[in-house]
Ligand binder design. Structure first.
Ligand code: DGL
Length: 275
């Protein structure tokens, strides 16, 4: 019988930049008892326009760093990394006793609860859209749901630059939403399948028809994590409690702190890390 005892560690939360903080905020609200380490790869954001190999390599380096820092469970709070790197990491790069979870499956699992007419839209980075991950996952759980996708390549740079209400932001949000809705005007729910996009919610709501429900992932992912830990006591017992939050960025810490507050809703004090 395997008697290996793994020391407890913080839960790792990873994103290419600031976007994962919108998910992290909801996780901390729901599960404040755990210790967490957030790692944002701000030096190399955006991931959404990069190749499979590049996203995999970057994500692998960041995840390895979080494992080195003692995390036993990591959430990829990034759709692009979940779409392009998660499966390979789970198959090839998982040290014994460690786990990595993504954000696509938790969203796909409950998507039926948000649509009455079974027609939904997905707004995401080009990488997530091209990977087809949402189409495949939704088809697996809810084969009758019709899914339409729209890539929004300019939204992450707008959000990373805190350019949330400029003429440019209005132009791109309006244009991409119109393109999505033109594919099937009947859709009654649109999912923000990039963790950066909730910051653009006021604009998205302004340009979406009132009958369309706009859904952010943060609470869905937090609830899914809660259920996962309930189902897997062996993992839950390896998550350190104490409520300590630590933030790392691969770029300038003072810059990270200024913007992170907007995403996280409270003061953030980060440290620089090389991955
Ligand atoms: N936040 C990431 C996501 O959820 C994308 C950001 C990026 O392009 O790096 O897809």
């Amino acid at each position: 019988m395997d008697k290996t005892v793994f020391p407890k560690g913080p839960i790792g939360i990873f994103d290419s930049g600031f976007g994962g903080l919108t998910v992290f905020k909801e996780i901390v609200n729901l599960l404040p008892q755990y210790d967490y380490i957030y790692l944002g790869d701000n030096a190399r954001v955006p991931y959404g326009t990069r190749s499979f190999d590049t996203v995999y390599e970057y994500t692998k380096q960041c995840v390895s760093k979080l494992f080195e820092m003692g995390c036993n469970l990591i959430i990829l709070a990034c759709n692009t990394a979940s779409a392009k790197a998660l499966r390979t990491l789970q198959h090839n790069d998982l040290p014994e006793g460690k786990k990595i979870l993504g954000v696509i499956r938790p969203t796909a699992e409950v998507i039926d609860q948000y649509t009455s007419n079974q027609v939904v839209g997905i707004l995401a980075t080009p990488g997530t859209v091209n990977s087809q991950s949402y189409l495949l996952e939704i088809q697996r759980f809810h084969p009758t749901i019709q899914v339409h996708q729209q890539a929004c390549p300019f939204w992450v740079p707008l959000v990373e630059n805190n350019d949330l209400d400029s003429a440019g932001a209005h132009f791109f949000v309006k244009r991409d939403l119109e393109e999505l809705l033109a594919r099937q005007p009947e859709m009654d729910a649109i999912f923000l399948a990039c963790t950066h996009y909730p910051l653009l919610l006021p604009l998205i709501q302004q340009y979406a028809p009132p009958k369309v429900r706009i859904v952010s992932q943060g609470t869905l992912v937090a609830e899914s994590l809660q259920h996962y830990l309930e189902r897997h006591p062996e993992i839950k017992n390896r998550c350190k409690t104490g409520g300590l939050l630590t933030f790392y960025t691969t770029d300038q810490a003072d810059e990270f702190d200024k913007k992170a507050e907007i995403f996280f809703g409270q003061d953030v004090k980060s440290k620089f890390i090389r991955v």
